[in-house]
Ligand binder design. Structure first.
Ligand SMILES: *Cc1c(COP(=O)(O)O)cnc(C)c1O
Length: 227
């Protein structure tokens, strides 16, 4: 089942787009099934759940974190993940930088752009993201240390408005796509800034038309989640 779902998706994904299997709320047996079918990138959204699953699964899995991350939970997440996709506040970014400095690690992150209409959605404005990169690239003198030396900026993440209206989703993805290209042009020295993580089960076919380099798919692979 899971293997068939993976196969159906990877057949349609352009080669350059990486599939991130969103395994939150699913048991390790389901992840194992996906692993045996060849899937190697998995994403979790809850620190405890991630930390519990990692030791039960093969070590060549690449783990991403995609949930809201509280700064008192960093030690449950940062030792295990190769990418934090959901950095949504300066407070969190600075805490990750500090953890990296204390643990001699450089942590790869995506900055989450606030997209869509919902009030509750996390994320930065486009202006805030630009300010962070200006500060990191030293274009403006940093009045507020630290200067984020233990962060590697790998790109942007976004979630489109939760709607059936394709035009609205399209507009959301257009906005993050053009910000992504504009930042790449403005900060050519940021060689690592190459990833655009957009697209979930409901909208990934639209995302791949808007420069997605990663899609984050849960339900279409593992079926519905039981909360
Ligand atoms: C849960 C989640 C997904 C996957 O959602 P599906 O609709 O199940 O594909 C993708 N991205 C984020 C940030 C999520 O929290």
């Amino acid at each position: 089942m899971i293997a068939d779902h993976l196969h159906e998706i990877t057949e349609k994904l352009p080669q350059a787009v990486r599939l991130v299997a969103v395994s939150k709320f699913h048991p390790v047996e389901a992840l194992r099934e996906a692993y045996d079918a060849g899937q190697r990138i998995f994403a979790e959204s809850r620190p405890q759940e991630l930390a519990a699953k990692v030791p039960q699964l093969p070590t060549d899995i690449e783990w991403h974190f995609i949930g809201h991350l509280q700064t008192n939970k960093l030690k449950l997440v940062l030792p295990y993940v190769s990418l934090v996709q959901s950095v949504d506040s300066l407070h969190l970014l600075e805490a990750i930088d500090k953890w990296g400095s204390e643990n001699s690690r450089v942590i790869p992150v995506l900055l989450e752009l606030h997209l869509g209409a919902e009030e509750t959605k996390q994320g930065f404005t486009a202006g805030e993201i630009r300010d962070i990169l200006l500060r990191y690239c030293g274009t403006v003198p940093s009045e507020t240390p630290p200067d984020l030396r233990n962060i590697q900026f790998c790109g942007l993440m976004g979630m489109a408005t939760n709607t059936d209206d394709e035009a609205v989703i399209e507009a959301d993805f257009c906005r993050i796509e053009s910000l992504f290209h504009a930042l790449r042009a403005e900060f050519p020295s940021l060689a690592s800034f190459t990833e655009l993580s957009i697209g979930m089960s409901a909208d990934w076919p639209i995302a791949i038309r808007h420069s997605a380099t990663m899609v984050r798919i849960g339900t279409d692979i593992f079926g519905p989640r039981e909360y």
